[in-house]
Design a protein around this ligand. Structure first.
Ligand SMILES: Cc1cc2nc3c(=O)[nH]c(=O)nc-3n(C[C@H](O)[C@H](O)[C@H](O)COP(=O)(O)O)c2cc1C
Length: 173
């Protein structure tokens, strides 16, 4: 299994999650962890797994990740297993109720990123996840790095299943 974890990070929190995820996925083969600005087309050749991590910015994914996804050709993730996560301010830390309402209305930033990966032909390994910060610049809430490792272990487990088994109903009888 060859894995690429691509992330965008301004204050280091998304990077921290990306590295924790990569460390776990590394149990099953080579893993590269790259800032989105460093990713070249060749880095995606022969990949088994692509994980994308983004900060939430104005209720959406980071501009770098969104621009990078937008320029990928159709079918770029065909044959890959994909997963995505975001980092976001803990809603309980949002003092402004309007901000909280808008955040809820938009939904998690990772949703459109995950769907974009699927439109590019990727097959989801597992559900997207969000990791909470205490404030805009961090730090991550206590326990979030461990939760990132757990999420990655879940992905690792799911990677053992054939793609068609993910989300398929249990066999009858
Ligand atoms: C310009 C800007 C916009 C932001 N918009 C949101 C937002 O809409 N929702 C949210 O939960 N956090 C928002 N944040 C907080 C970011 O999610 C947080 O800075 C980011 O997850 C930190 O990740 P990083 O350390 O990897 O940069 C925003 C932060 C900045 C600077």
């Amino acid at each position: 299994m060859t894995t690429l974890v691509v992330f965008e990070s301004y204050f280091g929190n998304t990077e921290m999650v990306a590295r924790a995820v990569a460390e776990v996925l590394g149990a099953d083969g080579p893993v590269r962890t790259l800032r989105v600005a460093e990713v070249e087309a060749g880095h995606l050749e022969g990949l088994t797994v692509l994980v994308v991590g983004t900060p939430t910015r104005q209720f959406r994914g980071g501009p770098g990740i969104r621009a990078w996804l937008a320029k990928q050709p159709p079918g770029r993730c065909a044959g890959m297993r994909v997963a995505a996560f975001d980092t976001r301010v803990d809603p309980l830390a949002m003092r402004n109720p309007v901000e909280r309402l808008v955040a809820n209305a938009f939904g998690p930033a990772v949703g459109p990123i995950e769907r974009h990966l699927q439109r590019l032909g990727g097959t989801l390994v597992g559900p997207a996840e969000g990791f909470a910060l205490e404030s805009s610049t961090g730090p991550l809430r206590p326990g979030e790095t461990n939760r990132a490792r757990s999420w990655a272990r879940g992905l690792l487990g799911a990677l053992g299943d054939p793609p068609s088994a993910i989300g398929a109903p249990p066999p009858s009888g």
